[in-house]
Design a protein around this ligand. Structure first.
Ligand SMILES: *Cc1c(COP(=O)(O)O)cnc(C)c1O
Length: 457
């Protein structure tokens, strides 16, 4: 019998609605607070930064939200994405576990990020916005939004974390190709950037700093520019649920159902994208399923951070979010998985973790790169450095299944390819990468500076 490797959906099966997990959460997320007044924020506070439709989605309680036809039309360029069974990897690991992966690297920008970039550019265009600002880590988000803005005739200004700007010139060129302007952050174009440079002229930058710069540029533009964020926010996570909604249908085609769903976590959007639709089945149908978010051991907000109110950016311009955080001044090591170098985690994922509905794991980069190379050698696709974190966890679970002699089904989100991250693999092959155990001081440097109380709940 020939067993199937690939599970493909028809264009007509692109989801028509996004799934909003807020409808099903047993503990609703706590309100975000105004950075100055510390009162719960309302739509008016966010209006200078985001179009009203996205603000509505941020607080929506409806379980399903219609995907506009124009957005689905753009999705057709790469969606539905394929789901594969990793039979070669299974053989290599000699595991009784069945391993499946959803592959989001087939999008024009090479990751899951266009799923929300297209939706955000669309709603901005609908409300007459002509200019957006944003930040980017490894350049995945910047290129996704540059692609989306180009579709809808919007100009884009990108603040790119300095270490990535220097390590990953090709992503910058990709953004330029799609018409975006890209700056190495911290810059001297903003008060936020200048303040950081005054303190540390050689700052490698961080997502938190780049967010401060992009938010400041929009907030001080007299309404000319709005701001767009590639992860963390509720509406961003919701847009990504097309991944899991498709995966559910594809697992049906495979005649299988996952016991474990795994994805790397930077801000939480690709993890939410694959896991929330399965969590819907857990929360409403009692399906027994484990969802594991994987973070770098050098930026362990979920496993070693604290659940408390903190800013989403380094300077403190964003609302205070109730989330797992290492403190907004925490500057993670310059690891290659740039998309995972973020001090906090989405409010939704944080609350679900607090409520033990999802799990978290932290893995060092050498184990991740080894897993990435093993994946490339067995399944062919070279994963993004961020994605290797998910693969490393998959291998741990597959090995555990072997030890316990249990036939488990594992699904993971291969959220991006690594073909523009070859310098990371070069450093790995050249033996230049090291694992760095965070010292107590490093871990608490950011947390000790926080003024906000811990949330007991
Ligand atoms: C941005 C990115 C991530 C991390 O961001 P999330 O919001 O947690 O998804 C992970 N993998 C890739 C390939 C990315 O581009």
């Amino acid at each position: 019998m020939i067993s199937h490797r690939k599970f493909i959906l028809d264009e007509k099966e692109i989801p028509e609605k996004w799934y909003n997990i807020q409808a099903d959460m047993p503990n609703k997320p706590l309100p975000s607070l105004h950075p100055v007044t510390k009162q719960p924020i309302g739509p008016d506070d966010l209006a200078p930064l985001f179009p009203m439709e996205l603000i509505k989605q941020e607080i929506a309680q409806e379980r399903w939200i219609e995907i506009p036809e124009e957005v689905r039309e753009v999705y057709k360029l790469w969606r539905p994405t394929p789901l594969f069974r990793a039979t070669n990897l299974e053989k290599e690991l000699d595991t009784p576990a069945k391993i499946y992966y959803k592959y989001e690297g087939v999008s024009p920008a090479g990751s899951h990020k266009p799923n929300t970039a297209v939706a955000q550019a669309y709603y901005n265009m609908k409300e007459g916005v002509r200019k957006l600002t944003t930040e980017t880590g490894a350049g995945q988000w910047g290129s996704a939004l540059a692609f989306a803005c180009e579709r809808f005739g919007i100009d884009l200004e990108v603040y790119m974390v300095r270490v990535s700007y220097e390590q990953k010139p090709y992503r910058k060129l990709l953004m330029n190709t799609w018409g975006a302007e890209v700056y190495s952050s911290p810059t001297d174009k903003t008060e936020s950037g200048k303040a950081i440079l005054a303190k540390s002229p050689n700052s490698p930058g961080s997502l938190g700093i780049a967010i401060s710069e992009a938010v400041e540029r929009a907030a001080t533009s007299n309404g000319e520019k709005k701001y767009s964020l590639g992860s963390v926010l509720n509406h961003v996570l919701m847009h990504q649920t097309v991944i899991g909604l498709e995966a559910i249908k594809q697992m049906e085609k495979a005649g299988d159902y996952p016991d474990i769903v795994i994805a790397p976590l930077g801000g939480g959007s690709n993890f939410a994208g694959i896991s929330f639709p399965f969590l819907n089945q857990k929360l409403t149908n009692g399906k027994d399923i484990r969802c594991i978010a994987v973070e770098p051991a050098s930026c362990p907000k979920l496993t070693k951070g604290e659940f408390r109110y903190d800013f989403g950016d380094t300077v403190g311009l964003t609302p205070l979010l109730p989330m797992y955080t290492l403190g907004h001044t925490f500057v993670p090591e310059s690891i290659h998985a740039g998309g995972l170098r973020y001090h906090g985690a989405s409010v939704l994922v944080s609350q679900l973790l607090k409520d033990k509905l999802v799990e978290a794991s932290a893995i060092h980069q050498l184990e991740c790169f080894a897993a990435g190379v093993k994946f490339a050698n067995t399944e062919g696709i070279l994963p993004a450095p961020e994605a290797t974190h998910g693969i490393a966890q998959v291998i741990r679970e597959a090995n555990k299944a072997k030890e316990e002699d249990k036939e488990k089904t594992i699904l993971f989100n291969l959220c991006g390819h690594g073909y523009l991250d070859m310098s990371a693999y070069q450093d790995y092959f050249d033996g230049k990468l090291e694992d760095h155990e965070l010292t107590h001081e490093e871990l608490y440097a950011g947390l000790n500076e926080l003024q906000t109380p811990r949330i007991e709940r």
